[in-house]
Design a protein around this ligand. Sequence first.
Ligand code: ARG
Length: 273
Amino acid sequence: MTTAPERTATPRHYLMCRPDHFEVAYAINPWMTAGKPVDSELTLLQWESLRDLYLALGHRVDVIEPLPGLPDMVFAANGATVIDGRVLGARFRHTERADEAPAHLDWYRSAGYRSIRVPVYVNEGEGDFAVTDSWILAGRGFRCTPEGHQEAQEFFGRPVISLELADPRYYHLDVALAVLDGDEVMYYPEAFTPGSRRVLARLFPDALLVGRADAEVMGLNAVSDGRNVILPETARTLAAQLTERGYHPIGVDLSELLKGGGSVKCCTQEIRA
Ligand code: ARG
């Protein structure tokens, strides 16, 4: 039996948004039921425990001011993509979320970022962009467009691998795939078209393949620092698979936010210096 490699965490910088205005006011993905009640106090407690966990792991967490009338703003991952200190703003597919994009750009401007692009084409930030050492993996089919992929490639000067999502429940790449470390990923194959599955198999022959039960509880909406993998606590088989590979899975409960169609990763935008 081979032993799992030693994994090393590196300190990360995250941007989060308090769920002060979170509610399920409209339905723009199959996880949402418009008007479904949300326990605001519990939502905040769950969100705070995620933030506190990041801080306890030694990561830096900045917060962007939540705006009234933007219930999905808690899903901060969608607000921008930041690589090498360069900021690609978002452009939302649905008008309900459109005003989140300029709020994120303002945050970056006041934080002193100078290489900022206001996008021409639809992209929902890290919802559809996942950054590995060698590539930017990009989802399309539901939100981000192929033109949005091209725009990201030109702006970041990194090869973008365009992947087609096949199932509306996995409407963003970050509910179907997560980067664990370097060029190591985990994903749920059934969320992708056959051609895109073959692309993933070719690029990542050693990927951790995730089963349906874990994908269905949003187990892939996870955040890794290279060692610690924060994921929904209900993704139990996945947690065991991660342990086998030498990672340290940490399960969290974000059940209230799941009503909006998001979990750990959706709440967490990574700022890459
Ligand atoms: N209700 C939000 C939407 O449909 C959820 C976004 C979740 N975020 C994510 N990164 N997948 O846009």
